[in-house]
Design a protein around this ligand. Structure first.
Ligand code: NDP
Length: 234
């Protein structure tokens, strides 16, 4: 069955791979983009997740095009790294505003149709760093663990309406986001990854697709690692 799927930050990286994967399966896919242009062949809506009006408008545009959102993938995220003495309050706030409040705003405005339909899928893009912790990433790790509490609360709030709410925790995935990581840190992270390599955006997309599918109808409140094993047990 073709579903209406909204992916935030779907113009590049993991979000784009997720979007293409749903589109290839025949779903009606909308992506948000903040900078640049929407990716070719996908319906794009301009959206900055740090602004509630922008999120509201984006959801309304998607609904006008495809009908109510049935699957939301809250993927947009940023890093603003720095060790504690150098970490400014602004950098901390910016990361929380995008990664946590952005997901909250999307969930708030995209679930109306799911509630009416009594069916829906929420998938939140967290990170293994949310539970592992990561030097220089107090803001990012805090934001990514916050998504677990958010998603699990929504699992309780929305479960009676057959709306599931799950979290994906990628490990090190080859996208623009990890370009600035030093060679030493990269080697350290790969060394702590049982599969001894980085992952691809497509490997994350496959798990998101599963969580959004009918096959995952009894899966909610789950935190699913796609990490090559780094962070297992947390
Ligand atoms: P990228 O940096 O490649 O992409 C980030 C995406 O988020 C872009 O589409 C970007 O839009 C969007 N975005 C950022 N800020 C905003 C905003 N305020 N409003 C709307 N969109 C915004 O990163 P990845 O693809 O790697 O990351 C995607 C998600 O996966 C993130 O949440 C990240 O934390 C998470 N993740 C990534 C890992 C990795 O190793 N790559 C590991 C674990 C988790 P724009 O192009 O306009 O800037």
């Amino acid at each position: 069955m073709s579903r209406t799927v909204l992916i935030s930050g779907g113009n590049r990286g993991i979000g784009l791979a997720v979007a293409r994967s749903f589109a290839d399966a025949g779903d009606k896919v909308a992506v948000t983009y903040r900078t640049g242009a929407p990716p070719p062949g996908l319906f794009g809506v301009a959206c900055d997740v740090t602004e509630e009006e922008s999120v509201k408008r984006a959801v309304a545009d998607v609904e006008a095009q495809y009908g109510p959102v049935e699957v939301l993938v809250a993927n947009a995220g940023i890093t603003r790294d720095g060790l504690l003495p150098m970490m400014s309050e602004k950098d901390f706030r910016d990361v929380i505003d995008t990664n946590v409040l952005g997901a909250f705003r999307l969930a708030k405005h995209a679930t109306g149709g799911m509630l009416r339909k009594r069916w829906g899928r929420l998938v939140f893009m967290s990170s293994v760093m949310g539970t592992l912790g990561s030097p220089g990433q107090t803001n990012y790790a805090a934001s990514k663990s916050a998504l677990v509490g958010l998603a699990r609360s929504l699992a309780w709030e929305l479960g009676a309406r057959k709306i599931t709410s799950n979290v994906v925790t990628p490990g090190l995935i080859e996208t623009d986001m990890i370009e600035h990581i030093t060679d030493g840190r990269r080697a350290e992270l790969i060394g702590n990854t049982p599969l001894r390599r980085t992952g691809t955006a497509d490997e994350v997309a496959a798990v998101v697709r599963f969580l959004a599918s009918d096959a995952a109808s009894f899966v909610t409140g789950a935190v699913v690692p796609v990490s090559g094993g780094i962070g297992m047990g947390h």
